[in-house]
Design a protein around this ligand. Sequence first.
Ligand SMILES: *Cc1c(COP(=O)(O)O)cnc(C)c1O
Length: 409
Amino acid sequence: MKGADMATQSEVSRMSTADIHALNKAHVIDTYGKRKLAFVRGKGMSLWDAEGREYLDFFAGIAVVGLGHCHPAVTEAIQQQAQRLVHVSNLYFIDAQVVLAKMLCEHSFADKWFFCNSGAEAIEAAIKLVRRYWWQKGTPKPTIVTAHDSFHGRTSGAMKATGQPKLHEGFEPLLEGFKYVDFDDVNALEEALTPDVGAVLLEPVQGEGGVRVPSASYFSEVRNLCDARDVLLVLDEVQTGLGRTGTLFAHTQYGIAPDIMALAKGLGNGVPIGAMGCTEEVASGFSVGSHASTFGGNPLSSAAAVATLRTLLEPGFIEGAAAVGDRFAAALNDLKSKHSSIVEVRARGLMIGVEMTKAVSPLVDAMLDAGIICGPAGAKVLRFLPPLIVTGGQVDRVVSALDDALSTF
Ligand SMILES: *Cc1c(COP(=O)(O)O)cnc(C)c1O
């Protein structure tokens, strides 16, 4: 790098994929196994790489950019907020944050919110709140039950909550007080609810674990069990939330409400923000000094989230996305009858997994060659998480490209 002039916006925007790849290799810790692609511009459903090739985005930055890239309402909110005030810390009231909290309260079970910067941080807040809640009631119940194949994030506590031993490897000793049960198995959960258990933490649909949709009655039975045993129900809606599964939050489709909910991914349409919501009663577990975040819900991220939520809540927006999701799932099921490499199609709204007979990485590459971005969920599940603005025509294009790719898979 040749001094400070390299860092100007125009210099950065002129870098080629090869330039970016070289700097990444030299200076960024390789924890991802990235594809050799650099997207430098986006609009709606489209992304452009550094050489100007256009791609149709069916992954939305891992279920983040629900409104599509650079949505005008969010861009305008970011621009206006950036000119007015970017950051002040949570030592002072924040106008956009309280508006966001009020909107989230009006559209969910929750009475109170804590803001942070990511999904893992929202889960950490939930873990701390559960422990603190039972402790301050004088009946400590430190154990949290989570599911095998779950995913709750990569910070130390969220990693321990994640029921995937391969993600724990080499990081021991881990946080104590977790046990795991099979997802979608009520009997296993009932057995696990010993008197030391203070909460059950689950994803409404397991995302990273392979888009696992539970049976219809699972969550109402989980809720009943939690009530009967005086255990809090924590839902990780980091991926399923904000319209992804066809309703603003996935749990309403099960006819239940949790005591605590974690949000992040889709909340700021790409501006990092996480949130933990809970009932008034459970919120009493935290008091001044219990928990904090320097950046959490700062003016910029809160303004982006307010604009995102306002757009998501426009009449018919999420319903329209759900209808396109149904069309997508139906077309994928048609493909299943044609290609024996498809084991199962699992879908809820625009959270869609196609389980294959073998590793899907070459399939992701073939789709990229066809100009379509999708991704894996574990080794053998191809996952589609398009922005909620996706059209039926775009779905047809992707299904046809997948049909082609499968003929040589
Ligand atoms: C992505 C994800 C997380 C972690 O979010 P980060 O923002 O990466 O920390 C937690 N839970 C679920 C269900 C997720 O999909």
